[in-house]
Structure formats: C-alpha cells, structure tokens
Design a protein around this ligand. Structure first.
Ligand code: ZN
Ligand code: ZN
Ligand code: FE
Length: 751
C-alpha cells in the first residue's frame, strides 16, 4: 500500500540491519532490493511483515534471489511510472493526534493551519488523479513545497516523509470566504473566524472540506435548522451532526466503547447513536427520531472550526435534496447560493466527491450503511483472479465496482440515479475507477431492471453485457464480504428488485452460490396500488395487502377506510385500481410488508424519505421487549402473512401498545426466517438487503439462527442495502465467466 509510511519504514529497517539496496514505489506495488548476508536478509523479510506501519496492509510478497549488485548504501528511489497498475488507492484518513497537536501548538509553524497532514493522515482518494500515488498525480501538484516542507518530505526519519499532500501556511492551500454572490470577503484564519461568527449568528455556511461541501448550521438553533431544511428541500430526513470531540458526542448521546472506537477511527464515519433525553439539540435536526447521526471533526479545518465554536453543528451534504455533493468552488456557489449565506472555500481541488460514511452498531459490531469516505475504495479480496469487468450497481444508493485480478474495488456512495447531477457523478466515478486501475472491462454487469439508468448505461457500454438478479447480487455481496463459497441459504429482504419472473421481489429465500441461485421461498405476493408511488406511501402497501387478504367486497367495507388514511377521492381511486388490477403490480417485498404494518398500526401513512416507516417501526418497540410472536403459516416456500396480519389487527382492536405490536411483528419475521431455514436445511444462512439495516431484526435473527444450530452471516463493511449491489454483481459475473471458461477448456481437452 502506498502513502502509509512504508518506504521510510523499509529504509529504517534496512539501515538498522546494515543492508544496502533500495526501495521504490511502482505501479505494481513496492519493490525492494536488499543486499547482505542471507541470514540478515531473511531477518529483514520477517521483520518487514511483523513490524509494518499501522495503516499498511501487505497483500502478497514475492521474493527472488539476485546476483550482488554492489550497493553501498540503502536508498529510497523515486517512483517509476511503469508496469501494470495494481497498487491500491487508500481511502481518505482522518486527522491524526500528532497533526492535531501541531495545529494547536502556537510554537509550531503549522499552528492553526487547516491543511496540515502527514503520512498517517489526510486526503488520499479525494485528491488522487492517477497511480502511483505521488504528489504529481494529486491535486497538490500545483503547490510547490517550500524549503521547510521539502526537507520534511525528503527526510526518511520525518513523519511527513513522502506525505504527498504535505503543506504548510507558507506553501500550501488557503481558505477563502465568499458571499452568496461569489464575491471575496476574507481569507486564511480570518475567513475561519468569520465563518464561526456567521454560524454563531444562526446563519447557514457552505464549507468545502475533504471530499466535498457541507452545509453547516448551529445544531442548537431550531429556526436556523428549519431554514436550512426549507432551503435544501429536505422535510424530515435526519441531519448529521459534527462534534469537536468524543466528549461532546457523549453529552448528546449514549456512546458505547465500540461506538466510541468507530467515531474516533481513521474512517471517522457518521455513527448512529442513541440520543440522550437532555441533549440540547434543535428538534428539527432529527424530528421524532430517537437516534442522532454524529461524526467527529475529521480534518484540521473541521477541528479548528468546531473547537472555535465549542457547540455541535449540523453538517449535511452540500447539495439540494438527493443530488451528489458539490466539489468545485464555482459550481458550489452556483448550486448552493439559494441555500447558504456564505461560502468557506479553499484552493485544493477535489478530484471526486466522497460523502461521509454512515455506520451503526448491529449485533456487536459496526455495520456500514453508507460506504464512502474512509472506506472506499478499499478492495474486497475475492480469492480468484478475475478478468477486468465493470459492475454498475442498482438505481438507489448507487455505487459501481471494478475487478482487478483478485480484488473488487467498490466505489464510494454516488446516490440515487434520478437527477442529471447524479448521472454525471455515476459516469465519472466509473470512468475514473477504470482509469485509476488502468482496466478495460471485458464485460459490463448490471441489474435485471430495464428502467434503471445504470442498466441502460450498461447496454450502451462497449462491452458484452451481463445481468444479475437484484437479490442474488445482495446475497453474493454478503458472501464476498464474508469470504464464503459453495451453497448458502440467502435471505434477501429489501424494498424492491426485479425478479426473474418479471414480478417485483423483495422478501426472498434464495438457495445461492456465487454464480447461481434457486428461489426456494418468498413472501406471499400482494398488489401495490400505484406501483412505485407505493414506496412513498405505506398506506398504499396496507391497502394492497388487505385487498389480497379480504377480497374486493370485504375490503371495500373494512375498517381500513374508516380511519382517515385517504381522502374520499383517493379512496375511490385506490379501490378502483385494486379491483381492476390497474397500475398495481404484485410484489413479494418485505420492505412493503413493513410499510403495510406501519400503516395498519398507525405509525406512518406517508413517508418523507426511503425506509422511514421501517425505521419508525424499529424504534417504536424500544422499551417493549418481548418474546411473543404472532402466528404465521409457511407452505411450499411461501410465507403467508395472513395470520400475522389478523393477529396485528386484533391487537390494534384491543388497543395493544404500538411498540409491543411492533416487537411481536419483528419476532414473527425472525421465526419465519428460522422456520424456512429448517425447511431448506442448509447450515449457512446469509442475511442481506436493506431490511437488515434494522438492528433489532438482524440481532434477533442472528441469535435465533445460532440457537437453532445455524451459522448466520451478515454485513459489516459492505452495506446490506443497494449500495452493495455492484460488489455482488461483479462477483457473480466473474464466477460465471470462470465456469464458462473452464467448461470451454474441458471441451477442448475432450477433443
Ligand atoms: Zn497526521
Ligand atoms: Zn511549506
Ligand atoms: Fe435491494
């Protein structure tokens, strides 16, 4: 791995052992030649692996004996741009403690300098244009180092030896503050102090950081947060917070040791935490939500600003709703002038947008829900060497992936491919991954859904096109992350994905391998009046479910329409659609079953963001711990929810607390899962799909499966939602190609 202080480590080790030779970066990785007695070179090889720097990861070591070249000393040689590119790009790394000390020390030449970094921290993926990772290949190339920086950069004993973005106030990037017209206000530390003043006054700041622009506002100021929501066009979706320290986060939320580690990790993601009752945070930050998403200041710029403020700020992606974040200065002012009052920008260009990652703790470990800064583009090693291919992911929460030999590089979070901006970011991300790793895909892989933008892109792409079923891709993404091969029972529960029979799937039991699957079970299908519109309206899923259960006559007369879920005209439209089967596709979606239950028990009728109803159902049951479940019925692989729904309706009649109903509902689903696992009789059970972002569902499923002697697998660094699809697609297509190739060779052998 490059850029983690490996070469200075090699230098020190070789020098210490009295070995001569050299070390250099190449596109293939690191090349070391050492010359000396065999016993010492063996010792060198051993200590190389045992004492490697903390950020480094050795994928493989190949050694060869050469004739003595007569080296007299050990040198670090400059990089050679040659060979096949296979070194990895590191993710961006959060500010390290030593650099934090530097910027807080008045005697240090980097005192209050917001672009301080070293070999152990700072930007990587967001500034790299090409491999190998050298300054000339980053957006730091336009800054030429001053004498003092150059000396550090060239001194192997210095923490900043070959730190590619190395900079100081004399030679590096600078801050500048602009108003909403784009006119210059101030620069440097004055710009930072003015920004703090602006935030204290309750105004909105757009701030360019590491992988893009944040919108910032005082998180304690209700009016200011509401203003931000109005201008950004974001009604209820929770906003992330940034704190200056772990202590500040602990004042707002309960932070377990594991959550503390995640917050302070090198990735420094947003961690979903349980909010404390007394947390002084504006209600509008996360309306009616018992969780807060918090991250710690992760660059010197954020650290300086947050320390100056000493209160938490909302730090949300600098975009209008659901578009990719801004990265370019002029584009930022252009796109956000109606949202932000001032703009804190800087002149270090960002090559690609890298959003904040989101993590929550599930079943005793972290679960990445949005994989971006700090995680992407770390590879997922898949064991076999694969031909280069491009996987384009799904439609929502899109990511793309490329395979390079035995690694799959999954991109950072791109977003939903609904806007012009997201589509541009999608194409750019794919192209730049292919360029970085110098690959020309022999195959392009997409979802089955013909209407996804990503599928249409794949169709136009100049390479053979392979399609992978949505839920199979989910399961294989989880298998790949867990290093599983062979046959598993895949439980893929999510919103929607196109099935091989042309209907909408989403509550699936798939007997899967990495290359194929058989659908062995599913949720009993019901109609979704209005199709895609039903995803935003849990009440529609409920209507479809009841229609399926009761039939037309009983449904029309049912209590469902007595409550004011629908206006009179809406009611007629829905009834008519269902009766005639118009715009009402069948689905076996578990996500829609969650929606239907949320509507039936009065938790939510209309959702303002994806997954809101399911999230509210999950949170509703806090404090209602029970082992009770509803009755259910599984026959011939079909989970019939009728008994479950009747049980829930009885409980609603009996005025059972909503939280208790929700808990029993979750328990029932887990029992369905266990029942199905017993019927299928495969020991390894793989849980994937957006429903498994639900901590209670996942934790209970894991516990019950173990109790019954199964071996459950779930996600950790790959999102269970559609953000992980591209990985699954890449692996499925690779395995299918390998099998075809083998079959071809066998045929040839037979001839
Ligand atoms: Zn550092
Ligand atoms: Zn300098
Ligand atoms: Fe999905």
């Amino acid at each position: 791995m490059q850029g983690v202080g490996f070469r200075p480590f090699v230098f020190r080790l070789a020098t210490q052992l009295g070995l001569a030779g050299f070390v250099k970066n190449t596109a293939r990785g690191l090349t070391i030649e050492v010359e000396g007695p065999a016993s010492t070179t063996q010792l060198f090889l051993r200590r190389l692996q045992e004492e490697k720097p903390p950020l480094s990861l050795i994928r493989s070591i190949q050694t060869a004996s050469l004739d003595p070249a007569g080296f007299t000393s050990f040198q670090i040689e400059s990089s050679a741009d040659e060979g096949e590119i296979s070194a990895h790009v590191l993710p961006d790394v959060a500010l390290c403690l030593e650099c934090l000390k530097d910027i807080q020390n008045p005697a240090d030449r980097r005192y209050r300098y917001p672009f301080t970094n070293c070999t152990h921290c700072g930007p990587r993926y967001s500034i790299i244009e090409a491999l190998p990772y050298d300054r000339g290949h980053t957006t730091m190339k336009s800054f030429s180092m001053c004498g003092a920086c150059r000396t550090e950069y060239e001194d192997p004993s210095n923490r900043r030896f070959h730190a590619q973005p190395n900079a100081c106030p004399a030679c590096g990037p600078q801050l500048e503050l602009r108003d909403a017209r784009g006119d210059f206000i101030s620069m440097g530390d004055e710009a930072l102090l003015k920004t703090a003043e602006t935030l204290r006054a309750g105004r909105i700041v757009a701030m360019k950081g590491l992988g893009g622009v944040h919108l910032l506002v005082d998180a304690r100021n209700q009016d200011a947060v509401i203003r931000l929501r109005e201008r950004k066009g974001r009604e209820e979706k929770p906003l992330a917070l940034m704190c200056s320290s772990l202590e500040m986060a602990k004042e707002l939320c309960e932070v377990s040791p594991l959550e503390g580690e995640l917050l302070s990790s090198m990735a420094a993601p947003i961690v979903l935490l349980k909010r404390k009752g007394k947390a002084k945070i504006a209600e509008a930050v996360a309306p009616m939500n018992p969780r807060l998403g918090i991250m710690l200041a992760y660059t010197p710029l954020h650290a300086l600003l947050l320390t100056e403020l000493n209160f938490p700020v909302v730090a949300t992606s600098g975009n209008r709703s659901d578009e990719p974040i801004c990265i370019d200065n002029d584009e930022t002012v252009e796109r956000l002038r109606a949202v932000a009052d001032v703009f804190l920008l800087h002149n270090r260009p960002i090559v690609r947008q890298v959003d904040d990652s989101v993590v929550r703790v599930v079943a005793g470990r972290g679960l990445v829900i949005r994989r971006s800064r700090g995680y992407a583009p770390s590879p997922i090693m898949v064991g076999a060497k694969n031909p280069p291919l491009l996987a384009v992911g799904g439609h929502m929460k899109n990511t793309v992936a490329v395979t390079v030999e035995d690694a799959v590089f999954l991109s950072q979070h791109i977003g939903d491919l609904d806007s012009k901006e997201s589509v541009i970011a999608f194409e750019r991300t794919g192209t730049s991954l292919m360029e970085l790793y110098g690959i020309k895909p022999v195959t392009v892989v997409s979802d089955l859904h013909p209407d996804y933008f990503s599928t249409q892109f794949a169709r136009r792409f100049p390479a053979p096109h392979v399609q992978v079923q949505h839920h199979h891709a989910h399961i294989v993404s989880c298998m790949a992350e867990n290093g599983l091969d062979g046959e598993v029972l895949g439980v893929a529960w999510d919103g929607t994905g196109l099935g091989t029979d042309g209907t909408i799937w989403g509550g699936e039991f798939l007997l899967s391998s990495s290359e194929s699957f058989k659908r062995v079970g599913h949720v009993r299908p019901f109609r979704l009046p209005g199709g895609d519109k039903a995803a935003q309206e849990p009440r529609r899923a409920a209507a479809g479910l009841l229609f399926e259960m009761l039939g037309e006559n009983e449904f029309s007369k049912s209590d469902f329409f007595k409550k004011d879920r629908f206006s009179k005209p809406e009611r007629d439209v829905i009834k008519n659609m269902l009766a005639k089967g118009l715009h009402s596709p069948f689905t076996s979606s578990m996500g829609r079953l969650f929606d239907a239950v949320a509507s039936l028990i009065g938790v939510r009728q209309i959702a303002h963001y994806e997954g809101q109803a399911a999230m509210e159902l999950e949170y509703a049951q806090e404090g209602h711990s029970t082992d009770k479940a509803y009755r259910f019925d599984v026959a011939e692989g079909v989970f019939n929810w009728e008994l479950l729904i009747r049980g829930i309706l009885d409980d609603v009649q009996a005025a059972t607390p909503t939280g208790l109903i929700s808990a029993k509902f979750h328990n029932t689903l887990v029992e369905v899962l266990v029942d199905m696992a017993k019927r299928v009789g495969v020991n390894r059970v793989v849980l994937s799909g957006g429903c498994f972002q639900n901590a209670i569902l996942t934790e209970r499923a894991v516990a019950r499966l173990r109790e019954e002697g199964f071996k459950p697998f779930w996600h950790e660094v790959i999102p269970p939602n559609d953000g992980g699809l591209a990985l699954g697609q890449a692996v499925v297509a690779s395995r299918q190609m390998a099998t075809r190739q083998m079959a071809g060779q066998q045929r040839k052998g037979a001839i």
